[in-house]
Design a protein around this ligand. Structure first.
Ligand code: PMV
Length: 354
């Protein structure tokens, strides 16, 4: 039995869409019905860390998520693995005296250990960070030559939103036109330094797993909602152009209005689905009212809110001063251990409390 092991560890932050992806035109290739735009969070906060290892002594591919073994047999993991293996190249580790030939990768097996430093499947885009990290780490291990755009198309096959986590800053997932999905990739609109005044605060309303997965939710919406087609064809294309412009100019009022309107329309599509999908709860609605009242009283938006497929609020403050005020307001309206189920805050930048 040969004893060597080669390992790679990667870390990938999650991303939060400010113009949402909801609905697929191809379920297998994971091709969306509209473009989307997201902001990638700071890697110090919500992120996945994945270590992939390969050894001739491994008898099968195995994976552990947060210490618990999970099955790799699902179609999504398998299509990512297949795509990566098919692009693998020779790998030479001179120090260890190891040489893995391109064709050897087909026979070798992987052990993959992944950790999320935040609740899994609770609408905090854990699958985005997880699948992006899975693809990135395996691509490094198998010495792929692909750039992040090409890797994003592989990550997309694992979880649509994962393609946007291959880049930092503001990222657009272009829906693409090709039937084979070759042009459905993520591109970076602006890097993490472009608009670093923004502070993201996540109010964890519930860390429980969501009842309707995004996969099932999207399928049901595409089958039964009339609003979803109007959204994809008439609303999102215009919003994408306006959002790109707001990001380029660091125009917070436009950014906030678009992000809030888009989150609300996504949840309206969920309500327009049969049976209706309720991702937000009373606490989520109270947070929206609180932010709307504040923005209205100031005459211009101070904070943007957006909610994914879960009740947790992602709040984007225009700067650190506003973020500190936001936290005070949240703590006042939703004191910890009160009868609301808002149980913790994940703070984008802890220094705002000092
Ligand atoms: O990629 P999925 O299947 O986890 O879907 C993500 C859907 C939303 O988070 C609601 C929106 C988005 O664009 O991330």
């Amino acid at each position: 039995l040969q004893k060597w092991v080669v390992m790679v560890t990667a870390q990938t932050p999650t991303n939060i869409a400010v113009i949402k992806y909801w609905g697929k035109r191809d379920e297998t290739l994971i091709l969306p019905i509209n473009d989307s735009i997201s902001v990638t969070l700071d890697p110090d906060h919500l992120c996945t860390t994945t270590t992939v290892s390969v050894s001739p002594s491994f008898e099968q591919d195995r994976m552990w998520l947060n210490g618990k073994e999970i099955s790799l047999l699902g179609g999504r993991f398998q299509s990512c693995l297949r795509e990566i293996r098919s692009r693998a190249r020779d790998l030479e580790d001179e120090k260890k005296g190891i040489m893995i030939k391109k064709m050897d990768w087909e026979k070798l097996h992987f052990h993959i250990a992944s950790y999320n430093n935040f609740p899994t499947a609770a609408g905090l885009a854990s699958s985005a960070a997880g699948l992006a990290c899975f693809v990135f780490a395996l691509a490094k291990l198998m010495n792929l030559n692909e750039d992040n755009g090409q890797l994003s198309a592989i990550a997309r096959r694992g979880s649509g939103s994962a393609c946007r986590s291959l880049y930092g800053g503001f990222v657009k997932w272009i829906m693409g036109k090709e039937e084979n999905g070759s042009d459905s990739i993520a591109v970076q609109l602006a890097d993490e330094k472009h608009w670093d005044d923004l502070v993201i605060v996540i109010a964890v309303v519930s860390a429980r797993q969501k009842e309707t997965s995004s996969t099932t939710g999207m399928q049901d919406s595409c089958k039964t909602s009339m609003l979803i087609q109007h959204r994809a064809k008439e609303v999102v294309p215009k919003r994408i152009i306006q959002m790109e412009d707001a990001i380029e100019k660091r125009d917070f009022p436009s950014f906030a209005r678009l992000a809030c309107a888009d989150s609300n329309q996504f949840h309206a599509v969920c309500l327009d689905t049969s049976p209706p999908i309720f991702y937000m709860n009373d606490t989520s609605h109270k947070i929206i009212s609180c932010v709307e009242k504040w923005n209205c009283s100031e005459g211009t938006p101070q904070v943007a809110y957006t909610f994914d497929a879960g009740p947790n609020a992602v709040l984007i403050a225009r700067d650190r001063k506003i973020a500190a005020l936001l936290l005070r307001r949240l703590l006042f309206h939703f004191p910890p251990h009160s009868n609301t189920d808002l149980n913790s805050y994940v703070i984008g930048d802890k220094s705002i409390l000092q």
